[in-house]
Design a protein around this ligand. Structure first.
Ligand SMILES: [Zn+2]
Length: 224
């Protein structure tokens, strides 16, 4: 029925438009009877006055999105990470720290004398957050001396940067290997698992060379 109705409609339109009994001369509907087009030159002020200055390079560069870098995640494969320079502290109250980066007196038997990370003391059970967007490459409750440990890889300025969060509470992990996280997303809770003398977050940071650097200084520079 629908097809028949449509066909009727389509054929009836030209029948009405050009009736067989219409004997009046008719102007073509395609040409105006009177020429109303002004022959005066038209002025397009904006176009004629505007100067087409070349944009200085740098102020208006059409930049392609920087290519992602790829993280090799165990049992997951290659995961792309897009660049994000937004970084945040891994805990609230980052000013509360017990041990800085670098050489130190070992705080316990078996503790390192060269501290590979920074110890934050925001309080037991407080949230631990990813310092930037990234992908989780390690999430374990059996991190040896590091205890409950998560590693996240980030693309900061086109560089692959890894952040490692140690000594978190058992059962507190909020992320799994291969999962994408965003800056400030909770990954666990401050605890004292592994080689630890009290509840704190041990944060390690390193680049592709694996050499640890001072995460507190690095974050402080970028967060301001
Ligand atoms: Zn530490």
């Amino acid at each position: 029925m629908a097809f028949v109705g449509g066909l009727t409609f389509a054929t009836s339109v030209p029948a009405l438009a050009v009736a067989a009994t219409d004997t009046e001369a008719r102007a073509s509907v395609y040409a105006p009877v009177e020429d109303t087009i002004s022959l005066e030159p038209q002025h397009l002020e904006v176009a004629s006055e505007a100067k087409l200055e070349p944009h200085p390079s740098g102020s208006y560069a059409v930049e392609a999105a920087p290519p992602p870098i790829f993280s090799q995640v165990a049992n997951v494969g290659s995961v792309s990470i897009v660049e994000s320079d937004l970084v945040v502290w891994p805990v609230l109250s980052p000013e509360n720290r017990s041990s800085g980066f670098g050489p130190r007196d070992a705080p316990c038997a078996g503790c390192s004398t060269n501290h590979d990370g920074v110890d934050f003391n925001p309080g037991s059970g407080t949230p631990v957050m990813s310092i930037a967007d990234g992908v989780v490459v390690l999430a374990t409750e059996n991190g040896g001396g590091l205890g409950v440990n998560v590693e996240v890889q980030h693309n900061i300025g086109g560089e692959l940067i890894t952040s490692s969060y140690a000594h978190m509470q058992y059962g507190s992990l909020q992320v799994a290997v291969g999962q994408r996280v965003s800056a400030g997303q909770q990954i666990g809770l401050v605890g004292s698992t592994g080689q630890s003398t009290g509840p704190h977050l041990h944060l390690e940071m390193f680049g592709v060379d694996g050499v640890r650097f001072d995460g507190f200084a690095w974050l402080g520079e970028r967060i301001g």
